[in-house]
Design a protein around this ligand. Structure first.
Ligand code: SF4
Length: 315
């Protein structure tokens, strides 16, 4: 997998003051599963070090000015942003991680000002605006938001699910392969969006006998929309109950009560989701429920990332 990342988060000294903002999660953990394509539109436009810049809201349009001498630098920053956009577009990306609060890379967190110098509401940086237009379905987050366990878990799940769809596409899938892909993603999709999960089920059901290319394109679009949704304790609980139903005839009374107690405790925020999930996996192994063992929801990304082990990874 390849992720485009703000160069300063990768430890490159490209910030306006010649520094970097190395991010440990990206460098130490995510790097084990992904290569990175760095970008820095400001370093290309103005070099490093350089004067700091700010976004100014001029009647709804954002311009970029230097902080010190109020020099309008909108055009060169736009040009370098397009240059970086072109560069990352050539890669097979599975996501983008931006540096928060930057006038170029902030994703909804870039500070903007009114012409009279007063603060305006926060917005997207110049480069982020272009990326959103160019890659509407690509997983994107900024590192500031990834400090939140829930947002991080959702984003990483989306990244790996997106990547699995890209891999599927590369390998000339057939209808049978798409049905198998959907089957394995059933509970993951249900935990994201019940309605879209049903829409996707109908697409692979192909009741109108549409050509496969049409079915695949519709499936891919809806899949990518679904995985961008955020999970919740309520939705996860529903999925856990469904999974538990798969061995209602096999479990002893004691095993059943242990599992349901764990699901209840998860819903009450007393234990993280990994607790009932591990029990489900254990029972699925014990009773050889292959359908459950194949579910992406059990391990949507490498377990070493351990993103489901904290109470705050669910909301
Ligand atoms: S936030 Fe973006 S523009 Fe600023 S230094 Fe980092 S990569 Fe460059």
């Amino acid at each position: 997998m390849n992720i485009a990342v703000s160069a300063c988060l990768l430890g490159e000294k490209v910030r306006f003051d010649g520094g970097h903002k190395r991010d440990d999660f990206i460098i130490k953990h995510l790097s084990k599963y992904s290569s990175f394509t760095p970008f820095c539109p400001e370093a290309i436009a103005f070099g490093t070090p350089r004067p700091s810049i700010r976004l100014i809201n001029q009647n709804g349009n954002y311009s970029v000015f230097t902080n010190k001498d109020a020099h309008d630098v909108t055009q060169p920053l736009l040009e370098s942003s397009y240059e970086e956009l072109h560069k990352i577009s050539k890669e097979k990306l599975s996501g983008i991680i931006f540096k928060s609060r930057s006038p170029s890379c902030g994703m909804g967190s870039a500070k903007a000002y009114l012409e009279n110098g007063f603060s305006d509401s926060k917005t997207d940086g110049v480069f982020v605006t272009l990326c959103r237009e160019k890659f509407p379905l690509l997983p994107m987050e900024e590192e500031g938001r990834l400090l939140d366990d829930w947002l991080r878990e959702n984003f990483i799940m989306q990244l790996f699910a997106y990547d699995s769809m890209e891999l599927l596409k590369e390998n000339s899938p057939t209808m049978a392969i798409l049905v198998d892909f959907h089957t394995k993603n059933k509970f993951l999709l249900q935990a994201k969006d019940e309605k879209l999960y049903r829409v996707l089920g109908n697409i692979v059901g192909n009741h109108e006998n549409l050509p496969f290319t049409e079915i695949f394109a519709t499936y891919e679009y809806n899949f990518k929309v679904a995985i961008a949704k955020k999970s919740s304790i309520k939705k996860n609980r529903n999925v856990l109950e469904h999974m538990a139903g798969f061995f209602k005839n096999e479990l002893s009374k004691l095993e059943k009560s242990i599992l349901h107690e764990q699901i209840d405790e998860y819903a009450q925020k007393l234990v993280p989701i990994i607790v009932p999930l591990s029990t489900i996996k254990l029972y699925a192994q014990k009773y050889e429920v292959t359908y459950l063992l194949n579910q992406k929801f059990l391990e949507p990304y490498p377990k070493e990332l351990a993103l489901r082990s904290s109470l705050s990874s669910s909301k």
